[in-house]
Design a protein around this ligand. Structure first.
Ligand code: AMP
Length: 541
């Protein structure tokens, strides 16, 4: 027997419609890549997203067609999220930091029909266009005054001209909630990038999931600034969760440097933000240098790579800002776990609470997880046993878009994350490593993440990475690669001594090398495949 409740399909357009109706005067503020600050309301955003929807219909975009974006966090990108998905097409956000060959691969693989881009990316798209034959029209996300005098880009027009031709009188159509709404390719450090195709249902459930107080937690009282880019995993779902909750949204555009972020946070009263550790490490440095304080920022979510405990501590102690450590992947929309204490942990001593909060955290309802050994058997939740982390849930990928081979699924329907983790009896998960990065020394596994977290706690270290290098006796031993802070010095011996007594003797790095910079992926993670190539042939006694 079926229930007798309304079967309203879950669709992302209902989010913006809700915000426009019930939080009509709540603001979206954007720093524009072409200069200046743009300010309007959810009611305005809904109207313009509808104008965009009308324009897309006029251009012949149909259900399931892919519409690409190469854009920063701005109100126009926000409108594309809703306007494209709202008509049943797919908003394909593309990471401009990928190598040009990867961009060409992705655009051709997705067969994007239209491509919307920020002014910053004009020189890039001029190079891409001749080798992206599926793109019928290139749209500059700015007013017509910014159009180049001459361009060979097919169908080039300005976003504002496109919208100006429409009146915005439009009803969002209804369709199956499993319809695709957005597409994001993984960074593909080893293989070709793989497309994760989110549905309206998965996106809406994820937006509700991240709104919960014990996960990221969003409210109408918040002023939310996603520093995580809208071209990577939908800015962790915040462009959906903010209007869903009626929170003011602040979009930093191309200004991801510390000074610009700080200025916008202060002028717009940002209370809550989210981003990868590198952003916060740089911001911490900036705050320290100028003896600055935040007047409104209270919380930030850090994920994408392991958040160093020293960073969490400095944020609380020096800046009075709480960091919520969270874990997720492109394949998990992204939120999988968040580190928030449980009631029975509140009375623990401060150092024990801090140690719990440095873990990647516990699952949010909607995600289930387990760890398994090499034989596929489930391992205990004792905080000691570590194994491959498997997840499942309504916002976890089932298969990749147009993939030639099946996704990373087990026969019984779990997604293999490629991460190695422990789960403690209290349910807190801790990532030990990417399975490809864990260092296998003798019979022991050494977590590169643990060593990196420790290294960046040294005052002279700006960034650090640990990789396994061959050892005749132990098969692999840890090599620490360090970028020193400008003007600060530390010797190899001092660096190695810094680990003494802080980790098990066998885990201590055997060698350290100093470099000017570390290689990074397009999403800001340390590119260990490259680092292993750079240090190929290196071995420790
Ligand atoms: P991506 O799909 O590019 O967002 O990368 C997902 C991967 O980033 C995960 O599989 C993890 O290896 C890593 N990652 C994400 N969040 C964390 C975290 N809090 N701690 C450690 N690794 C993380």
């Amino acid at each position: 027997m079926l229930g007798l409740m309304m079967a309203e399909p879950l669709r992302v357009a209902t989010i913006i419609e809700h915000a426009a109706k019930w939080h009509s005067d709540t603001e979206i503020v954007s720093r524009l890549p072409e200069g200046g600050i743009h300010r309007y309301t959810y009611a305005d955003a809904n109207r313009r997203a509808k104008q965009l929807a009308q324009a897309l219909h006029r251009l012949g975009i149909e259900n399931g067609d892919r519409v690409g974006t190469l854009a920063w966090n701005t109100h126009r990108h926000f409108e594309l999220y809703y306007g494209v998905a709202g008509i049943g097409a797919v908003c394909h956000t593309i990471n401009p930091r990928l190598f040009p060959e990867q961009l060409v691969y992705i655009i051709n693989h997705a067969e994007d029909r239209l491509l919307f881009f920020d002014l910053t990316f004009l020189p890039l798209v001029e190079r891409l266009a001749p080798v992206c034959p599926t793109v019928e029209k290139w749209v500059l996300m700015a007013g017509p005054e910014h159009l180049p005098k001459q361009s060979a880009l097919p169908g080039l027009c300005s976003y504002e001209d496109l919208l100006a031709a429409e009146d915005g009188h439009y009803e969002w159509p209804s369709f199956d909630e499993n319809t695709a709404c957005s597409l994001c390719y993984t960074s593909g450090t080893t293989d070709q990038p793989k497309g994760v195709l989110y549905s309206h249902r998965s996106t809406l459930l994820h937006a509700l999931g991240i709104s919960l107080p014990d996960s990221l937690g969003c409210s109408a009282l918040d002023v939310i600034m996603p520093v995580v880019p809208m071209f990577h995993v939908n800015a962790w779902g915040l462009p959906y969760a903010a209007p869903l909750n009626g929170a003011k949204l602040v979009l930093p555009g191309a200004g991801m440097d510390s000074a610009s972020l700080y200025e916008l946070m202060e002028t717009e009263g940002v209370t809550f933000s989210a981003g990868v550790p590198t952003i916060w490490l740089a911001l911490l440095q900036f705050m320290r240098e100028g003896h600055r304080k935040f007047s409104t920022l209270r919380r930030t979510v850090v994920g994408g790579s392991s958040c160093p405990p020293a960073l969490m501590k400095a944020f609380v102690d020096e800046l009075n800002v709480t960091i919520t450590h969270a874990w997720g992947m492109t394949e998990t929309s992204p939120l999988g776990t968040a580190s928030r204490l449980k009631a029975n942990q509140l009375t623990l001593p401060a150092d024990e609470k801090a140690a719990i909060l440095t873990k990647q955290g516990r699952v949010v309802f909607g995600v289930d997880m387990k760890i398994v050994g090499d034989d596929g058997q489930e391992l205990p939740h004792d905080g000691e046993a570590f194994g491959d982390l498997l997840v499942r849930g309504p916002w976890v990928v089932r298969d990749y878009f147009r993939a030639p081979t099946p996704g990373e699924m087990t026969a019984d329907g779990w997604f293999r994350t490629g991460d190695v983790a422990t789960i403690a009896p209290d349910g807190f998960m801790q990532i030990t490593d990417r399975s490809k990065d864990v260092i296998k020394s003798g019979g022991e596994w050494i977590s590169s993440i643990d060593l990196e977290n420790l290294a960046v706690a040294h005052p002279a270290v700006a960034e650090a990475a640990v990789i396994g290098v061959p050892s005749a006796k132990w098969s692999e031993r840890p090599l620490l690669v360090v970028v020193r802070r400008p003007g600060l010095d530390v010797s190899k011996e001092e660096m190695l001594a810094f680990f003494r007594g802080k980790v098990a003797r066998f885990s201590e790095p055997d060698a350290v090398e100093f470099v000017d910079a570390l290689p990074h992926t397009a999403t800001g993670k340390i590119l260990k495949t490259q680092l292993r190539k750079d240090f190929a042939g290196y071995s420790v006694a």
